[in-house]
Design a protein around this ligand. Structure first.
Ligand code: C2E
Ligand code: CA
Ligand code: CA
Ligand code: CA
Length: 280
């Protein structure tokens, strides 16, 4: 992959070379970020729309760059995937999330189900990480379903038996599976019957225009009905208004996630707002 990168370099125009320089800098900095522990997980609540008080959260990575400040994952996840650094970063994310879950359990007696995002590259290039993940879950004595792994449709399409049995291993180890960004990637739905998936996350592009666009409402409603018939729960992403929440709840959507409830916040803030509230 390195050689390929070098070959591609020749075709860069001067302005692209500046980008290439930026990119190389980013890669160098990312390498350091792992060793220097510049990452932090933020947590965004996933709120039950049907009255179940259990607490869930999605862990979203943040990078505190020593010079550039807070860097969005939009800026570095793709590069981390291309360079393979995502494997190390992803292992850190898992460990951090699992430890946080155990910490909250010990401190508050509540198990917050934490969802982590897992890149397809991590599945392809997994090495020993599944074993070490399972070992950590055991060490921390976390109960089943305390960790949920968010994957995207692309992974299931490029489907081979290896991915299928890998997902099975995750579920056997007590982790649940969410299908992220549903509806944005591919038109085939065939994989939905081949894989055991616990949650389907409706992409924000569908929830965003629920107020004004009745086609998007029809799609959300159809997705919810289909998911329930296939035994999956539905999480709507990008819920920003009370109207959207109401419409989704009326359509039978199980969970909502979005700025209406909370932006992603630090572990301390999540503790203060969401966990304390659940205890009352
Ligand atoms: P995603 O997994 O689809 O995560 C949801 C994104 O939507 C998050 O952006 C979140 O902050 C944002 N969001 C939540 N509610 C709302 C809302 O009401 N309105 C709007 N407009 N946005 C909302 P974020 O944190 O910038 O993450 C972007 C993407 O980066 C994620 O999209 C995910 O694909 C990736 N990512 C984040 N953390 C990780 C990680 O630990 N590992 C991997 N592999 N990818 C990650
Ligand atoms: Ca996600
Ligand atoms: Ca998403
Ligand atoms: Ca996404």
């Amino acid at each position: 992959a390195k050689d390929q990168g070098r070959n591609r370099f020749h075709y860069f125009t001067p302005s692209m070379q500046r980008n290439a320089k930026y990119r190389m800098r980013l890669i160098q900095d990312l390498r350091l970020a792992v060793t220097n522990q510049e990452f932090e997980l933020y947590y965004q609540p996933i709120v039950c729309l049907t009255g179940d008080p259990s607490v869930k959260a999605e862990a979203l990575i943040r990078w505190h760059h020593p010079k550039r400040g807070l860097v969005s994952p939009i800026e570095f996840i793709a590069v981390a995937e291309e360079t393979g650094l995502i494997v190390e970063i992803g292992n850190w994310v898992f460990q951090q999330a699992a430890r946080q879950c155990a910490l909250w359990r010990d401190r508050f007696g509540i198990e917050v189900q934490i969802s982590i995002n897992k890149s397809p590259v991590q599945f392809r290039d997994e090495g020993e990480s599944l074993d070490s993940w399972v070992a950590l879950l055991k060490t921390l004595n976390l109960s089943r379903n305390s960790i949920c792994v968010e994957i995207t449709e692309g992974l299931l399409l490029d489907s081979n038996q290896a991915i299928y049995s890998k997902l099975e291993q995750y579920r056997n180890a007590g982790m649940q599976i969410s299908l992220d960004d549903f509806g944005t990637g591919y038109s085939s739905l065939a994989y939905l019957k081949k894989f055991d998936i616990d949650f389907l996350k409706i992409d924000q592009s569908f929830t965003r225009n629920l107020d004004s666009n009745s086609d998007d409402f029809t799609l959300c409603e159809a997705i919810i009905v289909m998911a329930h018939k296939l035994g999956m729960k539905v999480i709507a992403e990008g819920v920003e208004t009370a109207y959207q929440r109401q419409v989704l709840a009326d359509a039978g959507c199980d969970y909502g996630q979005g700025y209406l409830f909370s932006r992603p916040v630090t572990a301390e803030e999540f503790e203060a707002s969401c966990i304390t509230a659940a205890l009352e």
